[in-house]
Design a protein around this ligand. Structure first.
Ligand code: AMP
Length: 199
């Protein structure tokens, strides 16, 4: 398959294997559906956890996967050996920048601190008007309930502007997520509307 695609979606998710099976299975199903719908995957390039499950499923279903893996992570995680394209970069920061530049939107699946770091960085970049790409949190099986409640509390208490609520969306099912990927206008097609950040 060539890198001809409708959309490139960056997926942030956990790298741990010993997590509830239901989340790993969802990752597999997501990967399968992305490939079938000609949506290519951009991710951190690892071979484990939900990220490995999504990447393996996209590859097995004939889709396109670009992994961006930092040299510095080699003694902690393994890079995936069977992707359409693996880009080895020098640092975590270069990795993030490249992943962000190569994607039309960002999807957050269940994950740990690394996933949250990536999510908040992309969210705060949007807050700073550094990009205007869609960000969607998949609250699979209520995994992110507490985080979403915390984010709303932060906004309600005024520690983040009311407009911050417009920076991200939340979906609760795979069908909803697929529809979001299909129907959400690509960045740049939104008319470049800047979110209102001042209360
Ligand atoms: P985790 O959600 O902790 O399982 O991590 C998921 C992925 O996030 C891992 O592959 C890490 O390489 C990546 N990641 C990105 N930024 C960080 C960070 N600041 N600390 C740890 N992991 C990170």
């Amino acid at each position: 398959m060539t890198e001809k695609k409708k959309k490139s979606v960056c997926v942030f998710c956990g790298a741990q294997n010993k997590v509830p099976r239901i989340h790993l299975d969802m990752g597999k199903e997501l990967g399968k559906r992305m490939a079938k719908n000609n949506i290519s995957l951009v991710y951190g390039g690892g071979d484990c956890g939900i990220m490995g499950a999504v990447a393996n499923a996209v590859m097995a279903s004939g889709g396109w996967v670009t992994g961006v893996f930092p040299e510095s992570l080699r003694n902690i995680e393994n890079e995936h050996q069977n992707l359409s394209k693996i880009i080895i970069v020098d640092t975590m920061h270069t990795r993030k920048e490249l992943m962000y530049n190569k994607s039309d939107m960002f999807v957050i699946l269940p994950g740990g601190f690394g996933t949250m770091d990536e999510m908040f960085e992309i969210l705060t970049w949007k807050q700073l008007l550094l990009h205007n790409k869609p960000i969607v949190i998949f609250n699979h099986e209520g995994y992110w309930d507490h985080l979403i409640a915390l984010m709303e509390n932060i906004i309600d208490k005024g520690f983040a502007m009311m407009g911050t609520k417009e920076l991200y969306d939340v979906v609760t099912s795979l069908d909803e997520l697929m529809e979001y990927m299909h129907n959400h206008p690509k960045a740049g097609e939104t008319g470049g509307l800047a979110p209102v950040l001042v209360n």
